[in-house]
Design a protein around this ligand. Structure first.
Ligand code: UDX
Length: 452
């Protein structure tokens, strides 16, 4: 919404939310207090806020005044009842639709921005059409493809914008045109794609499933590389040079995280199973199974390298966010690796340049594997990377933050217990140099050389 406000100064955008604390953060004069860290975002908010971008808790008023309403609420995996652990929880979407139905006094275009299962528009439509107020609604699907950490660039230079709607009626077409005019402020027309509403909904799940599939595919091969002496980065470069395959999303890692991949694939799997498509469901589910395997494999390697136990040993984690340039930790591989090591009674010291310390404890509480007291006894959040590594038996790189490559690794080595182990879960460091210093290095998808 901030980018739309920046690019369309003549359109008034009001972002409404039930959470007054959240809205207060968005209105904070100190732009470093915005609730999301995203490169380039605060500059855009500074430019548009108070001009044509507003943040408010006045939801009913926001609905009444708007001609177009974007539903952008959370659709997490269900944690209860039917579809628990698999299906998307549409509670918040439904509440939004009901509130719109209740308070709208004139015709509206309602845009689904949240990621949702295919055919959700039908639910929204049925609630809106039965409001009994005579107000007419046009429903569009306009999934968001931005990735965190690069969100502004992904929006400003979007590969495509997808608009799903009812192109069989003049009202449906008019609504699609109205939305497309917004994006046409900064994107060429050929990048705006029109589909029926169901294709648009399904395309979002499919895009995430394909992206995650690439990561799981290269991660599966990383295990094979470690056993054969092939180098996963060389394999990725070799296959990525084939223009049919392409070079992006082939970076082997400790496992993908983030709020989307796992949730959307589970949702896709659930939909397939519900429709009796067992083989299709199993096929996509394997991506998650492989990702879980990769995280466990990384943690397992730490334990087996440290002579089969990490009990009482200090392990330094560099990075906690699910990727660099974000403070988001949802489904981060770091918390699963931590969980595995804490099970073996490791002492973990975590440094991350952007993640708040309390967030790490909240993530561990979410896994619910042990009491909070025990977690706080075994895991500490440290504000300085050198301090995190001091007296550590091993360092694990969990996030690919650029600053990790600039550290004084000689100094770090000297401060550690020996042998000093380093597990690079992102393959971002200069392993040859680290080995020269004296580190015992384990890297994803690389042959283990120089280790006795
Ligand atoms: C993803 C999609 O990319 C985006 O289009 C969608 O709108 C939301 O979900 P996001 O989760 O923000 O975006 O980040 P992304 O860059 O896709 O990374 C997801 C995870 O995969 C991260 O943990 C990342 O580290 C990992 N990853 C990505 C790899 O391990 N290797 C890669 O080559 C790429």
């Amino acid at each position: 919404m901030s980018v739309i406000a920046q690019k369309c100064p003549e359109i008034k955008i009001t972002v409404v939310d039930v959470n007054p604390h959240r809205i207060a953060q968005w209105n904070d004069p100190d732009l470093d207090k915005l609730p999301i860290y995203e490169p380039g975002l605060k500059e855009i908010v500074a430019e548009a806020r108070g001009r044509n971008l507003f943040f408010s808790t006045e939801i009913s008023q926001g609905i009444r005044e708007a001609e177009m309403i974007f539903i952008s609420v959370n659709t997490p995996t269900k944690t209860y009842g039917k579809g628990k652990g698999m299906a998307a929880d549409l509670k918040y979407i439904e509440l939004c639709a009901r509130q719109i139905a209740e308070v709208a006094t004139d015709d509206k275009i309602v845009v689904e921005k949240s990621t949702i299962p295919v055919r959700t528009a039908q639910t929204i439509k049925s609630i809106l059409d039965n409001a009994g107020t005579g107000v007419k609604f046009q429903i569009l699907s306009n999934p968001e493809f931005l990735a965190e950490g690069t969100a502004i660039n992904d929006l400003v230079n979007a590969d495509r914008v997808l608009i799903g709607g009812d192109h069989h009626t003049p009202e449906g077409l008019a609504a699609m045109n109205a939305l497309s005019e917004i994006y046409a402020h900064w994107l060429p027309h050929e990048r705006i794609l029109y589909t029926n509403i169901w294709s648009s909904e399904l395309s979002k799940l499919t895009a995430n499933a394909f992206l995650a599939q690439r990561v799981s595919s290269i991660n599966a091969l990383s295990a094979l590389c470690e056993k054969t002496g092939a180098d996963v980065d060389e394999v990725a470069r070799a296959i990525g040079a084939d223009s049919r395959i392409g070079s992006k999303f082939l970076k082997a890692s400790v496992g993908f995280g983030g709020s989307c991949f796992q949730k959307d694939i589970l949702n896709l799997v659930y939909i397939c199973r519900s429709l009796g498509l067992q083989e299709v469901a199993d096929y996509w589910e394997q991506i998650i199974i492989m990702n879980d395997y990769q995280k466990a494999r990384f943690a397992d390697n730490i334990i087996s390298s440290l002579y089969n136990t990490v009990s009482g040993k200090k392990i330094a984690f560099l990075g906690w966010a699910f990727k660099k340039n974000t403070n988001d930790t949802r489904q981060t591989a770091a918390m699963y690796v931590a969980d595995y090591l804490l099970e073996d009674q490791a002492n973990i010291a975590v440094y991350d340049p952007k993640v708040k310390h309390e967030q790490m404890f909240a993530d561990m509480a979410y896994l619910a594997s042990r009491s909070e007291d025990e977690t706080r006894r075994l895991l500490t959040a440290v504000p300085d990377p050198y301090e995190a590594c001091t007296d550590a038996h091993a360092i694990a790189i969990l996030t690919e933050w650029d600053e990790f490559t600039t550290y004084d690794w000689q100094r770090i080595y000297e401060s550690m217990k020996k042998p000093a182990f380093l597990f690079d879960g992102r393959n971002i460091l200069d392993h040859k140099q680290l080995r020269t210093i004296g580190f015992k290095v384990y890297a994803i998808g690389k042959e283990r050389i120089g280790e006795g």
